[in-house]
Design a protein around this ligand. Structure first.
Ligand code: SF4
Length: 319
């Protein structure tokens, strides 16, 4: 048996930044620091921050007046920002800058008079946040079949934006269907699917070509981790999403001499190592060889919000 690890895998720049924002907020303001939604979609990360004084809420009514509130990496709607303002909360925005870019693009399209379509998954926090960033109705397109059912009058100027963590293949097909039905539709100049999603999907495709089984370490509610599993499966290889080593099933390993392992953008490396260790323990004593597949080098990093880089917190948005 052999273990093959992809590169890149695990944390992206937006996730690293969001976690650091919560850590810095706790250092600067003390506990508790409230976080609207899971800061990133990974229960290990959330539990770790909870132990250090973060309180995760899904409803701002649970946040006391004058508390410190962090918006998660997925971004929030205008309504949530306004509600936090009304409650007098000290807000810190951990929205990934690449998600914020999609917000700005969506607002630009609406200002230009376009009716907006969002390509994304219903109910995902990022999608809810982006759709709620414009003061106009937004049509959601999740699968190719949705395109035929779009109820928009002929000659309506249309534009689309995408969720950052979609499947490259699915999105390409949806955009092709949109262009076939609405030839004048416009989209962003630069693809909205982020660099981390693209790199991890390209890497898992390469991995799938070389192994008998793919394990994606990631949370069940992590969009980009789910897409990695789908991409691997479409390559014709059995692929499973595992949150950690406890999700591994011995029967998956039967007849799979080469096991590929990757991880979603919100998965800490410690969980990958725990899965690798669990795979090692399946063999009788001998250490399995680990092959590291080369892949795209990532040197992206995002600055923290100004108020968090200095001890002076005056630059934080109050309200
Ligand atoms: Fe930002 Fe992409 Fe990471 Fe999401 S997956 S936090 S958009 S870099």
């Amino acid at each position: 048996m052999q273990i093959v690890l992809t590169q890149p895998r695990g944390f992206c720049a937006g996730v690293t930044r969001a976690i650091e924002i919560v850590e810095r907020a706790i250092e600067l303001h003390g506990t508790p620091v409230y976080v609207f939604h899971e800061i990133v979609h990974n229960p290990w990360v959330v539990d770790d921050l909870r132990l250090r004084g973060a309180v995760f809420v899904n409803d701002l009514a649970e946040v006391p007046t004058d508390a410190v509130l962090v918006f998660s990496a997925h971004g929030v709607s205008n309504a949530v920002v306004a509600q936090a303002d009304r409650l007098g909360l000290l807000t810190i925005d951990a929205t990934c800058p690449l998600v914020s870019k999609v917000h700005l693009q969506a607002q630009r399209f609406v200002r230009q008079g376009h009716t907006l379509l969002m390509i994304g998954h219903a109910g995902h926090e990022e999608v809810v946040g982006t759709m709620g960033r414009v003061d106009a109705p937004v049509h959601l397109v999740s699968v190719v079949a949705d395109v035929a059912h779009l109820d928009v009058p002929a000659h309506t100027p249309l534009a689309y934006v995408t969720q950052t963590t979609l499947s490259l293949d699915d999105t390409r097909e949806i955009i092709a269907a949109l262009k076939a039905r609405f030839p004048r539709i416009v989209g962003p100049e630069v693809d909205g699917i982020c660099y981390a999603t693209q790199n991890r999907q390209i890497a898992v495709r390469r991995l799938a070509a070389q192994v008998d089984l793919v394990l994606v370490v990631g949370a069940r509610n992590s969009s980009n981790s789910n897409r990695l599993r789908e991409v691997a499966e479409r390559c014709g290889v059995p692929a499973h999403l595992v949150q950690d080593e406890h999700d591994l099933k011995a029967e998956w390993l039967l007849g799979a001499p080469r096991v590929g392992v990757t991880a979603g953008a919100s998965t800490p490396e410690v969980l990958v190592q725990r899965v690798v260790d669990a795979l090692q323990s399946h063999t009788a004593g001998e250490r399995l060889p680990i092959v590291h597949l080369a892949g795209a080098r990532e040197d992206v990093s995002f600055r923290l919000p100004p108020g968090l880089t200095a001890p002076n917190t005056a630059a934080l948005a109050h309200g």
